[in-house]
Write a protein that binds this ligand. Structure first.
Ligand code: CTP
Length: 408
């Protein structure tokens, strides 16, 4: 998506915070400069422990700011001006500390002040120790930032400088450039969905049985993720609430990762208000009533354990319920094995949503987990049959239809 969009002449304000990955910011600048991007860089005090302002200055060919109270910088270009003149703010690497400051709205140094003062979109590329990344404080900060429209790229998973393994490595510069390209190509100022906020759910949910087992389904998240990307490409600000999937985050989209249906509902409600909600996730209909805190063991001679299931909240029905927070357009999916059209129409009425995208998931259709989809679009106006198409194309057409409906 948008792979070929030119970045030449775009202005990026790059904020480099502290961390061993700061050296990769230099390569990022090199790649951006090679594409004709004008880069202004700001480095935090912690960032300067890892790379020098001088290196950044040499590569950006622009003065590098470090100090909030620099008279020199104020006389050349006010700090606020620095964050307003850019097309996009990119924080790479974004340390746990700077993300926490952003979430709290602190402004005690130049980097955090610029981030608080900006009226532009912000992309963060987190990099930190795996335990810091997984700490509930960081998870909560990221969720808050994502709900405010901050886009996130990475982190990657792999061996870390601290001899640990896991998520926390800075995304590679080409991935950061791809995210920048996508955000600028789908910038708020352009596209038929510019200024709209779209909420998309995607993937399966995992409902725990005990600490090691869970109930899941075969959803890959491909269709939901493709829809999030297609909406972003038309200029929407997109919040993607995703269950566990093996897919990369779509560039330029704020992703909230969840496991259970209850977490998915909470993340969706936290992301409101939205103009559009698309529930493409295959939410587990039931969860286990009593999740044991210990692994269920096989007892010799004993009967297999029986699980009592209780219904999960219905996210689509909740978002569709009339009220001031209801998105203007709510779209659900229906996965059916029989009587596709009738079941989808009934589902649309039952859930209270505006449109249903219905697909046949009968064994042998190859749809669930596959690359293609064959759908019916069911609305009050009637039923449309779409041909079998790659999931990205289904997403693109759906995004265009949404833009049309909201423009009307
Ligand atoms: N959905 C949801 N929350 C749930 C269950 C489903 O948001 N707890 C959404 C899905 O994201 C999808 C639609 O509702 O948009 C599917 O409805 P569902 O009733 O689960 O239908 P199917 O999965 O198609 O199957 P069933 O025939 O069991 O109703």
């Amino acid at each position: 998506m948008n792979e070929a969009a030119s970045l030449a002449g775009k202005k990026i304000l790059l904020i480099v915070s502290g961390g061993i990955a700061a050296y990769k910011a230099l390569e990022l600048v090199r790649q951006l400069r090679a594409e004709g991007v004008v880069v202004h860089a700001v480095i935090t005090r912690a960032g300067e422990k890892f790379i020098s302002a001088l290196s950044l200055q040499a590569l950006t060919e622009n003065p590098v700011s470090t100090d909030l109270f620099s008279l020199d910088a104020e006389s050349r270009m006010g700090h606020i001006e620095l964050s307003r003149a850019a097309d996009l703010l990119v924080v790479a690497p974004a340390s746990a500390d700077l993300l926490a400051k952003m979430a709290a709205g602190l402004a005690d140094d130049l980097a955090s002040t610029l981030l608080l003062a900006t009226d532009k979109r912000v992309l963060v590329a987190p990099a930190m120790n795996v335990r810091m990344w997984l700490h509930p404080a960081t998870v909560a900060n990221l969720a808050l930032l994502a709900s405010r429209g901050v886009a996130v790229v990475g982190p990657d998973e792999g061996p870390m400088a601290c001899n640990e393994y896991g998520p926390g490595r800075l995304a590679e510069p080409p991935a950061i450039v791809a995210a920048i390209r996508s955000m600028l190509a789908s910038g708020l100022a352009s596209g038929p969905l510019a200024g709209r906020h779209a909420l998309v759910t995607s993937g399966p949910t995992h409902e725990p049985i005990d600490p090691v087992r869970y109930i899941a389904n075969r959803s890959s998240g491909r269709q939901g993720h493709a829809i999030a990307a297609a909406l972003a490409a038309l200029g929407a600000r997109v919040t993607l609430v995703s269950g566990p999937v093996a897919l990369p985050d779509p560039p330029g989209v704020s992703v909230r990762r969840v496991e259970t249906a209850a977490e998915m509902l909470a993340a969706c409600l936290a992301a409101l208000p939205a103009d559009i909600a698309i529930c493409a996730a295959a939410v587990a209909d039931w969860r286990v009533a009593d999740i044991t805190g210990h692994k269920i063991k096989k007892e010799p001679g004993a009967a297999p354990p029986s699980l009592t299931l209780v219904p999960n909240p219905d996210i689509l029905a909740t978002l569709s319920a009339p009220g001031p927070a209801r998105p203007r357009l709510v779209i659900g999916f229906a996965a059916e094995t029989d009587d596709l059209k009738e079941n989808a129409e009934a589902k649309r009425r039952r859930k209270g949503c505006d449109w249903i995208v219905a697909n046949d998931v009968a064994a042998g259709s190859g749809i669930m987990g596959g690359e293609e989809n064959e759908v019916l679009l069911v609305s009050e106006a009637g039923v449309e049959t779409w041909p079998r198409l790659p999931k990205a194309e289904v997403a693109r057409r759906l995004a265009l239809r949404i833009a049309e409906a909201l423009g009307a």
